[in-house]
Write a protein that binds this ligand. Structure first.
Ligand code: PEP
Ligand code: MN
Length: 364
């Protein structure tokens, strides 16, 4: 449910509505103060709310029920782009955020060399993947966790940049946070594993969420809502949830097998239309081929992605994981040209999801 306050109503009136909903129904609210108007989003299951009583409160203009199953992630619930602050870095909205680094940490030398290459190319966040979920158990699955995290921390120190690492096993969460992992990634293979998503909802740490290789848009955004909603298993509001979700599009399994996965460029503007969350796209894991990565990256940015995540490796020929889709010296040009394309969109006022026409997809 969202509550539009009348234009010019005060924040005090909005606070009274928020208090009323909390005291009468035990639900949390999120207020979005725009220019001249305030919109209140009710978190949790708002079916219990008596719409009539809320409509009569001073300053309330209209009450709208949201039927989308991914409410917290939906733009109808939260019309403004979400911008996540990570130190000096701002992710979402008009910003272009580039994440790069090796697919996996293999050794200290390989990791530091690759991190330097990524930093010098101009990325904003370094990939420091310690634990790898691989299709086959016989493939390289990463170093021993403690050793891997030690190297991840060294990559952070060496570059001075924030780091992202994929969390597969909840038992490693504490060690990840202790090692200074700035962003936790949920990979395609765990994208619908609700115990992991629920645990991440208790934190404030930003989460990059991939979609499962067979997931559609609704399922993906529902996974985001698991991290954001703060509802317990019985549907009770138990905490505020984690609002710091960053989506990352990586393509799905489809009929075509010539590319690793099938990435649908039209998903980029569509997701930005449907969701206020920052949206990255991954040209490495979608195309699976370093010869394709650069052009696919530009396609994603031109379509309106708010950033990229791709594999950068100092010596891909020797890589133990995904060397065929990692770039080296091309990384710098990919970063700088992506920023130029993004700046071009900025000139047309098209760099944010807000610029995408909202259509009848908003339900009430
Ligand atoms: C990755 O980013 O390293 C990865 C394995 O990607 P995905 O989860 O999209 O397959
Ligand atoms: Mn990979």
């Amino acid at each position: 449910m969202i509550i539009h306050m009348v234009e010019g109503s005060s924040e005090i009136e909005a606070d009274r509505v928020v208090e009323r909903i909390k005291s009468d129904y035990g639900l949390f609210c999120e207020s979005i103060v725009g220019t001249g108007s305030i919109v209140i989003g009710v978190k949790g299951i708002a079916g219990v709310i008596d719409e009539g009583r809320i409509s009569e409160l001073p300053g309330v203009d209209r009450v709208i029920r949201i039927t989308e199953k991914f409410k917290d992630a939906s733009r109808s619930f939260h019309p403004e782009d979400t911008i996540i602050d990570l130190g000096d870095l701002k992710i979402g909205g008009k910003n272009l955020t580039i994440v790069g680094g090796p697919c996996a940490i293999e050794s200290e030398k390989q990791a530091i060399d690759s991190a330097r290459l990524a930093r010098d190319a101009g990325v904003d966040v370094i990939r420091t993947f310690v634990d790898k979920s691989r299709t086959s158990p016989y493939d390289y699955r990463g170093l021993e966790i403690e050793k891997g995290l030690e190297i991840a921390a060294a990559m952070r120190k060496e570059t001075g940049l924030p780091i992202v690492s994929e969390l597969i096993d909840l038992r490693h969460l504490e060690a990840f946070l202790k090692a200074g992992v700035d962003i936790i990634q949920v990979g395609a293979r765990s994208a619908q594993y609700s115990p992991l998503l629920e645990e991440l909802s208790l934190l404030n740490v930003p989460v990059i969420l991939k979609h499962g290789m067979g997931n559609d848009l609704n399922e993906w955004l529902c996974s985001a809502a698991y991290i954001m909603s703060g509802l317990d298993r019985l549907g009770r509001p138990s905490h505020r949830g984690n609002p710091n979700v960053i989506l990352c599009y990586r393509g799905i399994r489809a009929f075509e097998s010539a590319t690793r996965f099938s990435a649908d460029i039209s998903m980029i503007p569509l997701v930005r239309m449907k969701s206020h969350l920052p949206l990255l796209a991954d040209p490495s894991h979608s195309s699976g081929d370093k010869k394709l990565v650069e052009r696919v990256a530009y396609g994603f940015v031109a379509a309106g992605a708010g950033g990229l995540e791709f594999d950068i490796h100092s010596n891909p020929e020797e890589a133990l994981c995904d060397g065929s889709q990692a770039v080296t010296d091309e990384a710098e040009r990919i970063v700088s040209t992506s920023r130029e394309i993004h700046a071009l969109l900025h000139n047309y006022g098209m760099e944010t999801g807000k610029s995408t026409e909202l259509t009848s997809s908003i339900s009430s």
